[in-house]
Design a protein around this ligand. Structure first.
Ligand SMILES: [Zn+2]
Length: 238
């Protein structure tokens, strides 16, 4: 095989892998096989927060949740857990649930099975060390699944969301409280973000999200909407 046809072959192979990833994500998301998009048989709403912990925004968010007596689920980035372990301790003390996002915010589409396993193991370890909790839940960044995600992540419940608001952009947070009001309390899983440092996100967007969430919770708690953590409550290890 000459250089040119080898390069063409490699490109074709890469295209096949990329198509496989997209198809796997579409197929799994459409059929819902092996992943959770809603809490089955649950009365209530599960608020979930991705991409933290962040030293300013996660701390502020924890204050707001506490003020309203609401428990939630955090999908954390392993390297940030290692940087701010006290926030994980607070999450546990306040009765929140903690799940795995990835060790770094990398797409599963760009990870070999081994690299994906590594992302899960490192984050699992970081969560246990910081909080003493054993994570049971996994949410892949951007909800991207590869053909081997469910095998590699078989020890966890993989879940995505039923409601997404684009709150990583400050502009999208305007009127968020009103849009949250439309979420039905029938096992909906709401995706929000407590860190805005990923490419394409606004650094300060969580400040707007938290303000709107505070407004929403004020009315929702008064109206008796039940808030639940996502399934698979972590075991307290020590
Ligand atoms: Zn994320």
């Amino acid at each position: 095989m000459n250089g040119k046809s080898m390069a063409a072959g490699c490109m074709a192979a890469a295209a096949t892998v990329a198509a496989g990833n997209v198809l796997a994500t579409a197929a799994i998301r459409t059929t819902g096989l092996g992943i959770m998009k809603k809490l089955p048989d649950k009365n209530g709403i599960a608020l979930t927060f991705d991409d933290g912990p962040h030293p300013v925004y996660t701390a502020r968010l924890l204050d707001v949740l506490k003020q309203h007596g609401v428990r939630a689920t955090f999908f954390v980035i392993g390297e940030k857990v290692e940087a701010y372990p006290w926030l994980l301790k607070r999450m546990r003390e306040d009765g929140h649930e903690i799940g795995i996002h990835h060790y770094k915010h990398r797409s599963a589409w760009r990870l070999t099975p081994r690299a994906l396993r590594n992302q899960l193991e490192l984050t699992d370890r970081a969560i246990r060390k910081a909080s003493g909790m054993v994570p049971r839940l996994y949410r892949p960044p951007w909800g991207r699944l590869s053909p081997y995600t469910l095998t590699v992540a078989k020890d966890y419940e993989t879940l995505i969301w039923s409601h997404i608001f684009g709150d990583w952009k400050t502009a999208n947070c305007s009127g968020l409280a009103k849009r949250l009001k439309c979420v039905p309390a029938d096992g909906s899983i709401v995706l929000l973000h407590d860190d805005g440092s990923n490419p394409g996100a606004d650094e300060a967007a969580p400040a707007s999200m938290i303000r709107e969430l505070d407004l929403y919770l004020h009315a929702a708690v008064r109206d008796g909407i039940p808030f639940v953590t996502a399934e698979g409550s972590p075991v307290h290890e020590h």
